[in-house]
Design a protein around this ligand. Structure first.
Ligand SMILES: [Zn+2]
Length: 365
């Protein structure tokens, strides 16, 4: 509510063409055949790199069943803690890919937009720019072209770009009407004449559940829908947008936030295993995993985010697959921005995204 006014004020302060980058990125040959982008809404860098927080896991208001949660996710060493919370990240991605954003080691990833909310974050991620008109989560169609839409217009990607998301604002963020992308969002059922029995079952389950949980879809259902779609339609570019981490955080439930992060890690592991065993995808698919914004870094502010909450711009990014060197947890290096995701997707696929003011790809050296 207050945020719309505040946002209006903030964006009056952004200079036109705000752009911390200088060098354009040359187009190269494709480094990979497929790119899957997985977003974990509002999941903090603090938990990615240090696992459960020592204060929040011991605070009964945030973690009602402290002893069970500690048995599952606690260890005195941050390296062990993060492995308990996100085993795929720290057993697989840390060995075969790279993970940016541990500020303790001077690796910094931030959103460039000052609003530090979901829609502005996803706008930045997929268009590569900041638009003053996108400053809230209001469902208005995004006026700017996004990378998914750009790729879908090309012969080699036409009909091979899809988005499966828990949050039902994505049809606006990706401008479904203009972009004609395949977007399955919120409780959208899977469409088509030749649905598999699994796809039909997911539709039936969703029809039942929608009465109980209206706002956003359970991530598990979004994940299962995406998986079945991958088997049925073999997309080359897929967005899997997961949202429950942010919801549980807003409810102040640190226990559920951790549980969900652990479930999401398992989903990513399952998806990786699946593509690594499918012809066409095996050794030919790169994952980019990131988030739309950070959250408060202070204990009392962890549950919220936005322009006035310190830490909300701090994010992280993990990559694995062809084109990505096995550099593990990154120490030092250039400041990275969420706006670089769009051009990074393009670069991995041997493309150049000419989007307005689009930030350059991240350096993969
Ligand atoms: Zn939020």
């Amino acid at each position: 509510m207050k945020s719309t006014l505040v946002s209006a004020f903030i964006f009056a302060l952004i200079p036109f063409n705000f752009h911390p980058f200088t060098k354009p990125v040359p187009v190269t040959k494709p480094l990979t055949g497929n790119v899957f982008i997985i977003t974990i809404d509002g999941f903090r860098w603090q938990e990615i790199f240090s696992g459960a927080d020592s204060i929040l896991i011991n605070m009964e208001s945030a973690t009602p069943d402290t002893s069970t949660l500690k048995a599952m996710y606690w260890d005195d060493s941050p390296e062990e803690r993060r492995k308990k919370l996100m085993p795929f990240f720290w057993n697989v991605i840390s060995r075969k890919g790279c993970i940016y954003g541990n500020r303790k080691f001077d690796s910094r990833v931030d959103v460039m937009n000052p609003f530090q909310k979901s829609y502005p974050g996803y706008h930045e991620m997929f268009t590569g720019n900041i638009d003053r008109a996108i400053h809230s989560n209001d469902p208005i169609p995004d006026p700017d072209e996004n990378i998914l839409e750009f790729l879908n217009k090309q012969k080699s990607f036409e009909g091979k770009v899809a988005a499966f998301t828990s949050w039902d604002v994505f049809p606006y963020i990706l401008n479904e009407k203009r972009s004609s992308l395949v977007i399955n969002s919120g409780y959208d059922n899977q469409q088509g004449d030749k649905l598999s029995s699994e796809q039909k079952m997911i539709n039936r389950v969703q029809d039942e559940i929608v009465r109980e949980k209206k706002s956003t879809r359970y991530d598990e259902l979004t994940f299962l829908s995406a998986k079945e779609y991958i088997v049925a339609s073999q997309p080359k570019v897929l967005l899997l947008g997961l949202g429950e981490t942010d919801e549980f955080a807003h409810e102040g439930r640190y226990d559920l936030y951790l549980q969900q992060a652990n479930s999401v890690d398992q989903m990513i592991a399952a998806l990786w295993h699946m593509v690594q065993t499918m012809p066409g995808y095996k050794d030919n698919t790169t994952f980019i995993i990131t988030t739309d914004h950070g959250r408060g870094s202070r204990t009392g502010k962890w549950d919220s985010h936005g322009e006035w909450i310190r830490g909300s711009s701090n994010t992280w990014m993990a990559l694995i697959g062809p084109g990505i060197k096995a550099r593990g947890e990154i120490h030092g290096g250039e400041q990275m921005y969420q706006a670089q995701v769009a051009q990074t997707i393009a670069m991995l696929l041997g493309n150049y995204f000419p989007g307005e003011d689009a930030a350059p790809a991240i350096s993969l050296r």
